[in-house]
Design a protein around this ligand. Sequence first.
Ligand SMILES: *Cc1c(COP(=O)(O)O)cnc(C)c1O
Length: 452
Amino acid sequence: MTVKTLLSEDRLPTRWYNIVADMPEGSLKPPLDPATGEPVGPDALASIFPMSIIMQEVSGERHIDIPDEVREVYKLWRPTPLIRAMRLEKELDTPAQIFFKYEGVSPAGSHKPNTSVPQAFYNREAGIKRIATETGAGQWGSAMALATQMFGLECTVYMVRISYDQKPYRRSMMQVWGADVLASPTDRTNSGRAILEQDPESLGSLGIAISEASEDAATHDDCNYSLGSVLNHVLMHQTVIGEECRLQMEMAGVYPDVVIGCIGGGSNYAGLAFPFMRDKLAGSREIEFIAAEPAACPTVTKGSYTYDYGDTLCSTPLFMMHTLGHDFIPPGIHAGGLRYHAMAPLISALVDLGHMRAVAYGQTEIFDAGIMFARAEGIIPAPESCHAIKAAIDAAVECRDRGEGKIILFNLSGHGHFDMSAYDQYLSGNLSDYAYPEEKIKESMSRIPKMG
Ligand SMILES: *Cc1c(COP(=O)(O)O)cnc(C)c1O
């Protein structure tokens, strides 16, 4: 039996939820100007973001209306289904009920268009003609290519070199939606040239690509920058996931005891979790929140909660967040979307407050979980999402051992149709488990700025 809770289009949420309004007093530390050590004002970001986005970034309003034009584009794939994984429950012989919210039904195949679409919209409203952005494995670049196409903007994507070479179909997808895709580091920006000078064979990293894209935006008036995760406004746009999910769980007559997601920069998990975290912060519900990350890039489980740069070349303000050091370049795991060196300040603060915890998994065990899920539920998950599945399976097994019928909810952030080479390596027994990169982390942590 398949239990699928669908929501009609007319019940698509009309507002995003801004958790900043409900965070405990003093729990959020402001971004700092690295030169002065003083909090940065909204104007500091005006050369790369439209004012409407900056105002959302610093907003303390609990709810922000979703513009009608954005809702119209959302309707291409939203509301997304909430599915009860009954076959997986049976396979695990668990008394727990496992629900997942499936974000892989968007045209780009992940949750990322939930924010690329409003970001493109607000930039067009501000008269911007082109968006420059970075992409790792290609999911964010394709989400932004889709969104700029919907709103008639141009799009330049700085794609991390190693993914550019290894993921040709993601590149084609972006090109189909009209984007100009460059292998980063490029020789078009000062940041790119500086890296190439040190290492002409550089495989690139997300941090380097961010430096390039933001430099492009800062040096061209009609071009803005756009970030696919980490920042407050991005996490807020993603709450359309959790707002929908609350309605669907109500329709199904259940409420989650455990809420799980994978974390790269933290946006898909925040999107599902924050509308439920609201109840926990208000003291009206006891919920366990578990965020799953790769052992090869263990930002929250092994990083420090401190001020650091968002990019490799130190061009961003300093953010208070969990970090492995801004120049940490993680091993080339297949879950490319989870290779960022730091974590969203909002997720970091909630972990620091003890409202959420993180777990780290190796590459082989997450593919074990992903294959088990695909065989039970049919959907082939993205390697990133496999981390959430692994955590959900662990929680369900714990319920079996303790005889607890908990309600487990996780976010299935995307499908894995563009990651079949990773599955191929797994199935042929050629997948390597990277060791926890302790020495490299120690080294990069020694270069974190001393602040705050
Ligand atoms: C990008 C991506 C992630 C990680 O990013 P978050 O900001 O942590 O959500 C997870 N899953 C998929 C499918 C992705 O594309």
